[in-house]
Write a protein that binds this ligand. Structure first.
Ligand SMILES: Nc1ncnc2c1ncn2[C@@H]1O[C@H](COP(=O)(O)OP(=O)(O)OP(=O)(O)O)[C@@H](O)[C@H]1O
Ligand SMILES: [Mg+2]
Length: 325
């Protein structure tokens, strides 16, 4: 399979306010060495508990912010050299588009639906008036937004309609990759389902790849063929969704999956994680980030950090003892 997007060693460290003038500067390791590859038309699900770095990673991938370290390639070309501020006006901005979590907050309330969708088209494509209108109408139609709504303003729309505007705005510039950070979490369940179907249709019909961030593992399973599990800024497991759901290889993935309510009867007891998570502020590179909470921890886990490695079945996992469970 060809590669659309590739990232190597992505890091995002947030500097924290110094406690005193002589105290060493502290950094919060929000994303700490992530590699990722996405093929054209592929749907990848990114999951993990709150604070593990999903939003930070998606903003890095969408090139909205500059990484502390690491490289990003789009269609084989490195795009990390261009700063995020410049990137927003570049032609590569057309290729990667981001859809935000809460459409009520991300849509400018003073712009009509037409202008909301037209905005990125104006900046990135500079079309004639006629072409602008036809692009906006095409994008609205693609997300099942009635054209009569184009003159309305965000506060006159339902949650589902706002979500559609957010997606229309992103696809109007013909991206190859959509990065979606919890795009349906503000919607009720029935509306959520129609938006997910819409995303799946766009992926199939236009070969748009999706990086889909979600708390909801059931949703990820429905939409995504591959799943990436994050824990404290690192990828701890990755593989085909069906296989990861059927036989999670990392103890954290097992705990995460055991907490899905509908699957609980088939999966046995819910795994409750005891112990405290490590601090993301200057964490040690000498131990597993999951140490202290891991139900199958052994002494080695607190002296050597496991690398992300490939198991015989092709699964990527960051655990010293993945084969033994
Ligand atoms: N601008 C910032 N400055 C400092 N720390 C930040 C900043 N943004 C995020 N963080 C920290 O980085 C870590 C990762 O945050 P992030 O928002 O990426 O997590 P998340 O996985 O998206 O969480 P959630 O599921 O709650 O949305 C957290 O510890 C968070 O407190
Ligand atoms: Mg988030």
């Amino acid at each position: 399979m060809s590669t659309l997007f590739e990232a190597h060693g992505l890091k995002m460290y947030y500097p924290l306010p110094q406690k005193s003038a002589i105290a060493p500067p502290l950094k919060l390791h929000a994303v700490d060495g992530v590699d990722l590859r996405i093929s054209p038309g592929e749907a990848v699900g990114l999951v993990g508990e709150s604070g593990c770095g999903k939003s930070t990673l998606s903003r890095l991938i969408a090139r909205l912010v500059d990484p502390t370290e690491g490289e990003i390639f789009l269609e084989g070309r490195e795009i990390t050299k261009i700063r995020a501020s410049e990137f927003s006006r570049s032609q590569d901005r057309r290729t990667i588009q981001m859809v935000f979590q809460d459409p009520s907050e991300s849509l400018n309330p003073r712009l009509s639906v037409f202008d909301l969708i037209a905005d990125p088209v104006r900046v990135l494509i500079r079309p004639s008036r006629a072409e602008l209108r036809s692009r906006v109408e095409e994008a609205a139609t693609a997300v099942n937004l009635p054209l009569a709504l184009l003159d309305r303003f965000p506060h006159q729309l339902s949650g589902g309609q706002k979500a559609r505007v957010g997606i229309a705005r992103a696809i109007a510039v013909e991206p190859r990759l959509l990065v979606l950070d919890e795009p349906t979490s503000a919607l009720d369940v029935s509306v959520q389902a129609t938006v997910l179907q819409l995303l799946d249709r766009l992926r199939r019909e236009r070969e748009i790849a999706l990086l889909f961030v979600s708390h909801d593992l059931n949703v990820v399973r429905l939409l995504c063929s591959r799943i990436v599990v994050m824990y404290m800024g690192q990828v701890v497991e990755s593989g085909p969704s069906d296989e990861v759901y059927a036989s999670p290889a990392h103890p954290y993935t097992r705990a995460l999956l055991s907490a899905i309510p509908t699957l609980r009867p088939r999966r046995g007891e819910r795994i409750k994680l005891e112990g405290d998570p490590q601090s993301p502020i200057a964490p040690s590179d000498m131990q597993c980030r999951f140490a202290g909470r891991c139900p199958v921890e052994r002494p080695e886990c607190s002296v050597t950090m496991p690398l992300l490695r490939t198991l015989d079945n092709g699964r990527l996992v960051r655990c010293h003892f993945a084969e033994e469970q």
